[in-house]
Design a protein around this ligand. Structure first.
Ligand SMILES: Cc1cc2nc3c(=O)[nH]c(=O)nc-3n(C[C@H](O)[C@H](O)[C@H](O)COP(=O)(O)OP(=O)(O)OC[C@H]3O[C@@H](n4cnc5c(N)ncnc54)[C@H](O)[C@@H]3O)c2cc1C
Length: 481
């Protein structure tokens, strides 16, 4: 049997692509069967998303929430009937901290408060004040986050503010990652308004005049009563038998029907359209022969590795109130612990009565070698490096360590040029689509948006493909997602 579409990878990208594609195909040809299948190498759906109950604690192995500023995500949640289960972050988690010389320093909540806080030196704060008066950069330039930050805000802001922020999202290197690819909204502010400060003020005004909630700064983190696995679980549940687990794709090649996929058990399947919703490094290994150039380009996208350490404590074993979201540590602190979130302060229902839970990120671009250490050693590192700051006294009563060799793709300087090159190469392979967190955004919201966009493109392709006869083939569509 040949499929309309095969989707390789059952993470949130693959699940959402298949969900939206089935919706398109069913609406477009009522009564006809839509043949779409998701192939997932592991024995569960969700990829990085995964929620585990451990002794009454709810631990997240990957993302711990989504921001409510993405219309596609909110629509999807509603259409899956999950509105009632959504859980906003508790107001108690509004404050965020920075680790400075072993102490937790609160991050001011407003730019005005920033100017009077001690987070930056007087000179550093003066650098921020100058931002609106600094010249606009070259719009086309692809520069590192550190270069952008130095140019607009000064070196101290890079070290104290941008470096931990980048660590919190990408576990990456502020000198290597591309500002344009990692924070496109920020570069757009400079391009449109000449300054981040003016841009944010003008966008703030638009927002207060009712032009929508799209800024990450005004968004609220959300999860579900039973964790983020609720979302991937609902998508997978809806797809039902359209997902096959425990089957890894090993190679792909063009064939008369469209695309052929060879699997780890030796089986082969064919489809008119093939969506690779796996990390770029995995997709790279599937190519050979005429597509090997594509594989080589994909293999250049690197990843940070991290260990996520989830710990549960009795309330009496933690001296501090853990009032806030958590903290990040700038590189200058020299810690292997990159940061920590106080999960039970964000989502109180995620720890049992009389207990608190925390989640620390270890390793990243700063200390990749730490990720392979045994669980107990990682827990020791966290207790040693952060125990005094948050008043850890006793041993955890629940623990889980989740390791990622390839956690977050690193959009390094040149990433956009790489995407343009991939898109050009893909034109030679109609019916082949790439989606997932390796290309145009790493957040769950980004993956869902791209999944929807990919489904649109695949369904357009299938529509055109069905109506085209072999003598009048339309030019192949630009088909990267
Ligand atoms: C530790 C961590 C914390 C994060 N925190 C947040 C957060 O708080 N908020 C947020 O928005 N985002 C967060 N993210 C990012 C976000 O979770 C990911 O970018 C997103 O879930 C990636 O989804 P994906 O489907 O593109 O890839 P993945 O989740 O990696 O899924 C890919 C799937 O493909 C399968 N696969 C791989 N190779 C093959 C093959 N050959 N054949 C078949 N299947 C294959 C894998 O088993 C996997 O299931 C976090 C990520 C990590 C790692």
């Amino acid at each position: 049997m040949s499929f309309d579409a095969l989707v390789v990878g059952g993470g949130i990208s693959g699940l959402s692509t298949a969900h939206f594609l089935l919706r398109h195909l069913r609406a477009g040809r009522p009564g006809a069967e839509a043949l779409v299948k998701v192939i997932e190498a592991s024995d569960r759906s969700g990829g990085s998303i995964g929620t585990e109950r451990v002794d009454g604690f709810l631990f997240e192995q990957g993302p711990n929430g989504v921001l409510d500023n993405a219309p596609d995500t909110l629509e999807l949640i509603s259409s899956l009937g999950l509105d009632e289960k959504l859980l906003p972050a508790s107001p108690r988690s509004s404050d965020r901290y920075l680790m400075r010389e072993g102490q937790l320093e609160p991050l001011p909540r407003s730019s005005r408060a920033f100017l009077f806080s001690r987070v930056l030196s007087l000179r550093g704060r003066f650098g921020l004040l100058l931002e609106p008066f600094r010249p606009r950069g070259r719009a086309a330039a692809d520069e590192s986050i550190a270069e952008f930050g130095r140019r607009r805000l000064g070196q101290e802001a890079v070290d104290v503010l941008l470096d931990p922020m980048v660590t919190g999202i990408y576990a990456g290197d502020v000198e290597a990652l591309s500002m344009k690819s990692c924070f496109p909204r920020m570069t757009a502010l400079e391009e449109e308004h000449g300054s981040l400060v003016w841009g944010m003020m003008r966008r703030g005004k638009k927002k207060s005049s009712g032009e929508g909630k799209t800024s990450p700064f005004s968004a609220t983190l959300h999860s579900f009563e039973e964790g983020l696995g609720t979302l991937s679980g609902a998508l997978a549940g809806e797809l039902g038998e359209n997902i096959e687990y425990g089957l890894g794709a090993e190679s792909i090649s063009p064939c008369a029907e469209g695309w052929r996929v060879t699997f780890s058990d030796g089986r082969e399947e064919t489809a008119r359209a093939l969506v690779l919703a796996v990390p770029a490094c995995r997709a790279a290994s599937l190519f050979s022969g005429s597509q090997s150039g594509l594989g080589r380009d994909l293999a250049t996208i690197s990843y940070s590795s991290v260990a996520v350490v989830c710990l549960g404590y009795r309330v009496e074993d933690v001296d501090s109130e853990l009032d806030g979201y958590g903290f990040l540590a700038p590189a200058s602190e020299g810690l292997q612990t990159l940061g920590m979130i106080w999960t039970s302060s964000i989502f109180p229902g995620h720890a049992p009565e009389g207990h608190v839970s925390i989640r620390a990120l270890v390793g990243g671009a700063r200390f990749p070698e730490v990720v392979g250490k045994p669980d107990e050693e990682l827990i020791d590192i966290i207790q040693r490096e952060t125990g005094a700051a948050i008043g850890l006294r006793g041993k955890p009563v629940a623990q889980r360590v989740y390791r990622y060799e390839q956690a977050i793709p690193q959009y390094e300087v040149g990433h956009q040029a790489l995407l343009d090159g991939l898109e050009a190469r893909l034109r030679a392979f109609p019916g082949l689509f790439l989606t997932g967190n390796s290309y145009r955004g790493v957040s769950v919201n980004d993956c869902l948006r791209e999944g929807k966009r990919t489904a649109d493109k695949v369904s357009q392709y299938l529509g055109k493909d069905a109506s085209a006869d072999s003598s009048s083939q339309p030019p192949p569509p630009p088909d990267t997602a």
